[in-house]
Write a protein that binds this ligand. Structure first.
Ligand code: DOR
Ligand code: ZN
Length: 346
């Protein structure tokens, strides 16, 4: 016996595609199931200007698998030197959908990010004026703040003051990992949304650290206590329009993950939809899967919902998926949810 559901084709509102050989290897994993993705700009060097975004978009389109129908939604990496007029022009022509703010030093390739938030005020004011969303990596980098508290402290020290100082600024809290993040979003019903990753719905910090260190579960923001995972699951599966899928699928080669100083990132593009179907089923919320993966994101970004669909089928027997993706730079391990998957996109 099998069960099927058909949903509006999903989009990924936070994705790392990288460049060159890695881009070529990971792109089909996303285009197989997703119609669009907000593409992160943290390349080396980062995607800072409209011209950078044009060039990167062309490289993505050139790397698409034959016959794939996929729209990369481009972002700009906010630096203290970003020109508000360049941002506005990139948005006005439809090329760039959002600006990404990394606090300097918060994560992979974030050293060109923001140290002094006053320096980016003119850009944020311009974005508020034109209704362009700001995607935020919400963690403080103060070495005195414990890594497990960095999101909660960011909300108080940075996010709330920035939002108060810039009325009308539309903000996406990216990859929230705490009940504090969920509560902050729920307390504000205007101009605020949040993405939630697949892996943060599945793992808590024990999965990383108990019984030996598991580098493929290490990402940033790092997974927190179980109570936070449960708060994320409740938010994602609630149907609340302020929460939507951003996988943060972030490929690093096994060599760089299984390392004395391992890179942050979980690669979930391959099995995200299968895992999500299972999570939503476990929460008795399959009816809200489409809102999370396919409706809430475009509604927040003021883009049309996709007109095509994706069908997911549940089998009696566990379904196989590739455990590794081979790239020209080396193998990339696909996220292991730690339970067998019965759902499959067909
Ligand atoms: O785990 C992560 N990996 N978090 C980020 O914020 C960046 C990403 C990456 O680029 O590898
Ligand atoms: Zn990311």
């Amino acid at each position: 016996m099998s069960t099927e559901i058909t949903i509006t084709r999903p989009d990924d509102w936070h994705l790392h595609l990288r460049d060159r050989a890695m881009l070529k290897a990971v792109l089909p994993e996303t285009t197989r199931h997703f119609a669009r993705a907000i593409v992160m700009p943290n390349l080396v060097p980062p995607v800072v200007t409209k011209a950078d975004a044009e060039a990167y978009q062309a490289r993505i389109l050139a790397a698409l698998p034959d016959g794939a129908s996929f729209e990369p939604l481009m972002t700009l990496y906010l630096t203290e030197d970003t020109d508000p007029a360049d941002v506005a022009a990139a948005h006005a022509c439809g090329l760039v959908k959002a600006v990404k703010l990394y606090p300097a030093g918060a994560t992979t390739n974030s050293h060109s990010g923001v140290r002094d938030f006053d320096k980016v005020r003119p850009v944020l004011e311009k974005m508020a004026e034109i209704g362009m969303p700001l995607c935020l990596h919400g963690e403080v980098t103060d070495p005195a703040v414990d890594i497990f508290d960095r999101e909660a402290v960011f909300i108080d020290r940075v996010l709330d003051p920035v939002r108060r100082a810039t009325p009308g600024l539309r903000v996406v809290m990216e990859h929230i990992t705490t009940a504090n993040g969920v509560d902050y979003v729920k307390a504000h019903d205007k101009d605020l949304g949040a993405t939630i990753t697949t892996h943060h719905l599945v793992i808590n910090r024990n999965h990383i650290l108990v019984g030996g260190i598991k580098p493929h579960y290490y990402c940033l923001p790092v997974a927190k206590r179980e109570e936070h995972r449960l708060a994320l699951r409740a938010a994602a599966t609630s149907g609340d329009a302020r929460f939507f899928l951003g996988t943060d699928s972030a490929p690093h080669t096994d060599e760089l993950k299984e390392h004395a100083c391992g890179c942050a990132g979980c690669f979930t593009a391959t099995n995200t939809m299968a895992i999500l179907a299972q999570v939503f089923e476990q929460e008795d919320a399959l009816a809200h899967l489409e809102a999370f993966t396919s409706h809430n994101g475009p509604d927040f970004y003021r883009l049309p919902r996709n007109s095509t669909t994706l069908t997911l089928r549940k089998s009696d027997k566990a379904v196989d998926y590739p455990k590794k993706i081979l790239s020209g730079e080396g193998p990339v391990t696909v996220f292991d949810p730690g339970f067998p998957l019965f759902w499959q996109a067909i």
